[in-house]
Design a protein around this ligand. Sequence first.
Ligand SMILES: Nc1ncnc2c1ncn2[C@@H]1O[C@H](COP(=O)(O)OP(=O)(O)OP(=O)(O)O)[C@@H](O)[C@H]1O
Length: 627
Amino acid sequence: MSDTDVTPRGRRATRGLGARVATAWSLAAGAAPGTLVSFVLLTLATGALPVATALLTKLVLDHLVAGASLGTLTGLGFCLAAVGVVAGAAPQVSQYLRSELDRRVGLLMQDRLFTAVDGFVGLERFENPRFLDRLRLAQQTAGSTPNETVSGALGIVRAGVTLTGFIGSLLLLSPVLTGLVLVAGVPVLLAEIALSRRRARMVWDIGPAERRELFYNDLLSSMEAAKEVRLFGIGGFLRGRMLAERRTSDAAKRAVDRREVRAQAGLGLLAALVSGCGLLWAVRTAQSGALSAGDVTMFVAAVAGVQSALATLAVEVARTHQALLMLDHYLEVTTAGPDLPLASAPRPLPALSGGIELRDVWFRYSDAHPWILRGVSLRIPHGTALALVGLNGAGKSTLVKLLCRFYDPTSGAILWDGVDLREADVAAYRQRLGVVFQDYMHYDMTAAENIALGDLDALHHDERLRTAAERAGIHEKLASLPDGYRTLLSRIFFTQAEGDEAQSGVMLSGGQWQRLALARAFLREQRDLMILDEPSAGLDAAAEYEIHAALRGHRGNRTSLLISHRLSAVRDADRIVVLKDGLVAEQGGHDALMALDGEYARLFTLQATGYLTDTAPVGVQPGAAAP
Ligand SMILES: Nc1ncnc2c1ncn2[C@@H]1O[C@H](COP(=O)(O)OP(=O)(O)OP(=O)(O)O)[C@@H](O)[C@H]1O
């Protein structure tokens, strides 16, 4: 994990303001150029409306007092009304354009964000809390930040146009007061910028609490957790924790809100003082005849206009500033670069012919974690079936993750026909693997999709899906479902069959899901290396026998790695490797290892005893116990 991934937002500005502004605008221009141009033009036009209204009002009043002709007055009144009509319609059109821009930019950014996330080839970033905080903020940001920036910038321009117009009018009446009003606006601007910085910092600080709140929220509303939550009666406990996290983030938000209220109240008082003085001056000057009634109206409108434009300007500057600070989270994720070193000129990886070698592999998940593998050296010759056994936590699944290149060895190397995995293209390498993970996925999709995810080319090839399902012993079950292979395997979504009443899908049993995961792997059986991490843990004894027979029968001369705690399932492997204390403790065929009378023989005998007697053998480790 690079340092940029974990640097708290606000401590270090990773990009210049100008670069962020340019990115925001180019995102908006790339997503919806036409909408952006319309939005910009309309916003600029509406900026001039208050000034036009004030000027026209002054003219009407002055012409009225001077006794102008009906035609002139009607013309002016007409213009005033027209400006009013435009002012009335502009907010709605502007709101629509803004929403449209939001949608289009949101879509583009979401696409780019998840393309970047999908591009992380390893797992480490998904285990880094700081990165996950950043990713969540990037997801939030993706919907709105460029538009906040665009609207903010336009708001600044619009406020600037209004301000310039009113300043012009005010300058004619009193340059001193104009300066005073403008100077009074400076603290507003500075305070708003400081507040926006504080708010962006607060959003980063409360990220972990908000993510924990979401976690408890999910536990309380997800199907997976519903059974335990109800059985153990822990709903109140989890709710309490969720609310505590919420209170923590609310407290931080409240503190910033209060600071904002205090600052704005003080600045409002200052503005009121300045405009009060100005009004007194205007009234006295009008009394002496130096100002007309129209001038006084114009003056009052101009002071209020300048102050409100200044306040708007400050708010828009702050909003844009905060949006740009938030954009950093998105940019950090989308420009984070690879999480594992990628070969600049990947070496081609032909089909396995020699074998896979782990050469003195040491591994720990991070510097803060203990060593899991401490110099594992192991060869898996092409065409052999290798079984990996060991107690819980011995590092078997870790070794599988290294073989999939989700992590790189901390030291040592994994070689595929002599090519270091780090020198090959990750995606091309993974094309050569078929894997059933211990914690395989249940996808809330149709049965066909659940299998086809193993190889999307098979999505519309029913025959391939059926063959894989038959081999995993799940075909008959899937065929008997209400909609066959097209049945939705979910109770959290409705099926989307056209013209039908919405119907909820069906659920499979644990063992049936496991067979489905196997079918997914069987779809990739032509791959060079088949890895099965506890493929039969959830199966009944008959099913387990059947699956292992199928695995043996279809293995051909392909290479396979099987992990299982049921030692009866691994005894037929060409070679059995016992992993212990991060090292290969023993290896060989079943008979040789039994003759060795070491760890394997001990575990095997324990399990065999468990099968043959009614009482469980003493000292059986949970991971080694027979079912
Ligand atoms: N993502 C991770 N981050 C940190 N430590 C981990 C991670 N995954 C596993 N570990 C640790 O690595 C050790 C080995 O875990 P691993 O899952 O490889 O064991 P295993 O041999 O597959 O165990 P089991 O038989 O229980 O499946 C364990 O002590 C575990 O706590």
